[in-house]
Write a protein that binds this ligand. Structure first.
Ligand code: GRF
Length: 225
């Protein structure tokens, strides 16, 4: 790579698609961060597998292109759904994909096309509490610390190299609602930070673990990376 192309790449804002299935509050947090022209990524597409996803309206109101690839049109053919999704991402010249409450398992072939260019946010401190109902299960287990994780996507669900985590203390009187609200606030902080690091090429995966280049100690003590 020449010095000139390196500079051009550093100045280029990565074209990001956010994939949602529901309300899209993490998507909204990413949109808010990307409003800053200095942020190294721009959200150019919000896509959903559900036409009724609430976040689609939020995206449209913000002037972001939206696409729906309705999974019910593909029956059990996951590969066909993923091919349709890939066509949409190609059409919008997407460079990074952020899953944000996207409730679909993706095929290994699709995931391979986006290796280290597709992120997910999960509402627990992975590898604890993979899957659904994480807050309920953290409470039932008596966990004292809970939180959220941003990770690269691999074919296995809720696995993949961990980019960033944010933690909250579990209070003795927490309910699923109070705990999930505090974790969600953490999600909204760490997802934009993690996307920034990836867009700036500061995340390297070595032996399945993420190394972050030159990152100073975060000013928020509850965010770890
Ligand atoms: C978040 O808790 C996220 O971690 C999980 O699904 C939820 C989506 O919420 N994967 P929202 O649609 O971003 O508000």
């Amino acid at each position: 790579m020449t010095a000139r192309s390196t500079l051009a790449d550093a100045q280029h804002r990565k074209r990001v698609a956010v994939l949602i299935s529901g309300r899209g509050s993490n998507m909204a947090a990413l949109l808010a961060a990307a409003k800053d022209p200095a942020y190294p990524a721009e959200i150019v597409l919000v896509a959903s597998n559900r036409p009724d996803a609430g976040g689609l309206a939020t995206a449209r109101d913000a002037g972001i292109a939206t696409e729906v690839v309705d999974h019910t049109q593909f029956g059990k053919d996951r590969a066909a759904f993923d091919a349709a999704l890939q066509a949409v991402l190609t059409k919008h010249r997407i460079e990074l994909v952020c899953l944000a409450g996207f409730m679909r398992l993706l095929t290994a072939g699709f995931v391979a096309q986006w290796q280290e260019r597709m992120l997910n946010i999960h509402p627990a401190l992975l590898p604890a509490f993979k899957g659904l109902d994480t807050h309920k299960r953290a409470l039932a287990a008596g966990a004292k610390i809970h939180g959220a994780t941003v990770h690269f996507v691999v074919p296995e669900m809720d696995a993949g190299p961990i980019i960033m985590q944010g933690a909250v203390a579990v209070q003795h009187d927490d309910t699923e609602a109070t705990l999930s609200a505090r974790v969600l606030a953490v999600e909204h902080r760490i997802y934009p930070l993690a996307v920034k690091l990836v867009a700036e090429h500061r995340v390297r995966v070595v032996d399945g673990r993420c190394l972050i280049d030159g990152e100073p100690v975060p000013e928020r003590p509850e965010a770890f990376y």
